[in-house]
Ligand binder design. Structure first.
Ligand SMILES: Cc1cc2nc3c(=O)[nH]c(=O)nc-3n(C[C@H](O)[C@H](O)[C@H](O)COP(=O)(O)OP(=O)(O)OC[C@H]3O[C@@H](n4cnc5c(N)ncnc54)[C@H](O)[C@@H]3O)c2cc1C
Ligand code: SF4
Length: 577
């Protein structure tokens, strides 16, 4: 099919439950694509020579490759292609903010709508799960090292998935009775069915990861004891940012005010949404006010609606365009009848003589000059207030780090917000302790937590098996130009991370990176890419699947614009010390 024809195919909308029906049930909102719809949407992809979409993906999913497989109807192969880089595609296809990541960069989107990358990711991941054709987990011989993961959110699960493939004994400690972190206790069933998350956890269990539930590290054991008593060689802390932030306004202690965290945990994890089958106490209200404009606020509002509220209001101090929630969630919330009170902020909660809330007073705002982030600053309008009657108020203005682990591990450096300080690969101030996800960045996204988990798995491997041999030869420009940050051979991929430290501050143009076999006569190329412009201080990472798993040495050639060899690196299979 020619590009011109592809450009003419309209975007394939995903069918959903009608708003009036779904607002009264907890079943998933979108039904998903049929096979025909998926092929039609995949055919909109231009298979660009220099695809931008991949650059927008924090874990570098090979997007054009998987979409090409969908075009050919090879759905299982497409799912496996994604899984080379992303262990939770069914989750990411549903909850990633694609509109600000891969789809924002999609070249097709310059004229019309971007390719529905998230929809396609979700389709192939579901196809694989429902087909039952799940590949047998790769059995890797044990390398003799044990790693403890604290927290089973997306970052912990990703670290666990990567390390088990490298022969580690991996145990995940989780405070709750179920794994998945926010994916199960925060995001509601109608957006991310629990069965999808449980399936991914089951896959990790099948691959050999051990899960220990109801275990709060910092209470049952400290980080130090994991090393001294349990004999772990490394610990990864992926405990998220689960401590709710409140507004500190009068009346916030009245009965009927919940943090979004508590409200959603009671509904999702403790299954209040399945009342009367589960008898979890949860106040329900007829007039509900949710404060905040992110995904957490949308999830709380839509949950309240499904728990029989008549009126649900979102009160948010900025404008609609500035809402951090995914576009789809805002759109779905509006369709379901959630009422938005934008450019408004609560100043006081009023209650009755029994201490129960009755109403909330809000001040109107207007947009002023841009703040540091470049967004127009919301400015209160003096004397302009309104009151909303409410019998349930949910505060969803953010979360911060829970201090339990850091308080019980004093040699773990934290910043002023209580987040653990790490280097770019997740190494903390404490040897062999790594951290990633929301506990490092503050509340962020699923995919960024997964990216952090992956980088930490690399750091753990690099530190526990520090003998990956890297020989460089053939530099024709000053050696300090390119710094090898990390080069390694993993069971499934060859990985290279380079930093340009060009002291003359010059950019390099058209830098070609090639990874090839050393021992075969033809030096078979496994991977080739060109960086059009590489600025000093910029890091690039490359990894490519190994074609022949028996190959132990790889040649990495880096050429400049004129084809002159800047560097030859030979990476040899790591040797256990
Ligand atoms: C309601 C809600 C909706 C969201 N929607 C989206 C969305 O649509 N898209 C998106 O990209 N992001 C969304 N996010 C953000 C995203 O879910 C988080 O950024 C992500 O889950 C962070 O992953 P994590 O692994 O760092 O931590 P978490 O997912 O928070 O997992 C941490 C885990 O550690 C456990 N834990 C904590 N302390 C201990 C301890 N001491 N011992 C043992 N275990 C411990 C916790 O119980 C938890 O299971 C949402 C967040 C919320 C709250
Ligand atoms: S940028 Fe868009 S059109 Fe190009 S390969 Fe990626 S998804 Fe396809």
């Amino acid at each position: 099919m020619k590009s011109k024809e592809r450009m003419q195919i309209p975007f394939t909308d995903m069918p959903t439950q009608p708003p009036q029906v779904r607002a009264k049930n907890f079943r998933e909102v979108p039904y998903g694509y049929s096979e025909e719809m998926a092929i039609q949407e995949a055919n909109r992809c231009l298979n660009c020579k220099k695809p931008k979409c991949v650059e927008g993906c924090p874990v570098r999913v090979p997007i054009p490759e998987f979409i090409s497989l969908v075009q050919e109807g090879k759905f299982l192969e497409a799912a496996w292609k994604i899984k080379e880089r992303n262990v939770l595609p069914a989750v990411c296809g549903r909850v990633c903010p694609q509109e600000t990541q891969c789809e924002a960069q999609c070249i097709r989107g310059k004229k019309g709508r971007s390719v529905g990358i998230g929809n396609l990711e979700r389709f192939v991941a579901d196809y694989e799960r429902l087909s039952g054709h799940i590949p047998e987990p790769i059995r890797v011989s044990k390398n003799g090292k044990k790693v403890a993961i604290v927290g089973s959110g997306p970052s912990g699960l990703t670290t666990a998935g990567d390390l088990i493939l490298q022969g580690y004994e991996v145990t995940v400690y989780e405070a709750f009775h179920l794994g998945g972190g926010v994916l199960v206790y925060g995001i509601p069933e109608f957006r991310l069915p629990k069965s999808v998350v449980q399936f991914e956890i089951q896959n990790l269990e099948n691959a050999g990861v051990k899960f220990v539930y109801d275990s709060v590290i910092g209470r049952i054991r400290g980080i130090d004891e994991l090393f001294t008593e349990d004999g772990y060689d490394a610990v990864y802390v992926g405990v998220g940012a689960g401590l709710p932030v409140f507004m500190n306004i009068p009346g916030e202690n009245l009965q009927g005010v919940y943090s979004a965290n508590e409200y959603l945990t009671r509904s999702n994890l403790m299954k209040a949404y399945l009342y009367p089958e589960y008898n979890t106490p949860l106040l329900t209200g007829k007039n509900v006010v949710v404060v905040g404009g992110g995904n957490v606020a949308m999830d709380s509002a839509r949950t309240a609606l499904r728990l029989d509220a008549d009126n649900v209001y979102i009160v948010y101090r900025r404008s609609r365009e500035q809402m951090p929630a995914r576009l789809e969630e805002v759109h779905h919330a509006e369709e379901e009848g959630i009422q938005f009170r934008l450019l408004s902020n609560p100043v006081e909660i009023m209650g009755d003589e029994k201490g129960r809330i009755e109403s909330i007073r809000c001040q109107r705002y207007e947009l002023g000059e841009p703040d540091k982030s470049g967004r127009a600053r919301p400015v209160p309008i003096e004397g302009d207030y309104f009151v909303l009657n409410s019998d349930l108020i949910i505060i969803a203005i953010g979360n911060k780090a829970n201090p339990l682990i850091t308080m019980t591990t004093p040699d773990l450096e934290v910043n002023k917000w209580g987040n653990i300080v790490t280097d770019e690969l997740g190494r903390t101030s404490k040897p062999f302790v790594y951290a990633g996800g929301d506990i490092v960045t503050g509340a962020a996204t699923v995919i960024s937590a997964m990216g952090a988990g992956r980088r930490a798995a690399m750091a753990i491997h690099e530190d526990l098996f520090p003998t990956t041999e890297v020989k460089t030869e053939g530099f024709t420009i000053p050696k300090e130009t390119l710094e090898i940050k990390h080069a390694a051979i993993y069971p499934k991929t060859v990985y290279l991370r380079l930093n340009l430290i060009n002291s003359s501050e010059k950019e390099l143009d058209q830098v070609k990176i090639r990874i090839s076999h050393v021992h075969d006569f033809f030096e078979t190329t496994m991977f080739e890419t060109t960086i059009p412009r590489w600025s000093p201080g910029e890091e690039h990472e490359f990894d490519c699947p190994r074609i022949d798993k028996n190959e132990k040495e790889y040649l990495i050639t880096i050429n400049d614009l004129h084809g002159k060899i800047m560097s030859k690196i030979i990476v040899a299979e790591e040797v256990k010390r």
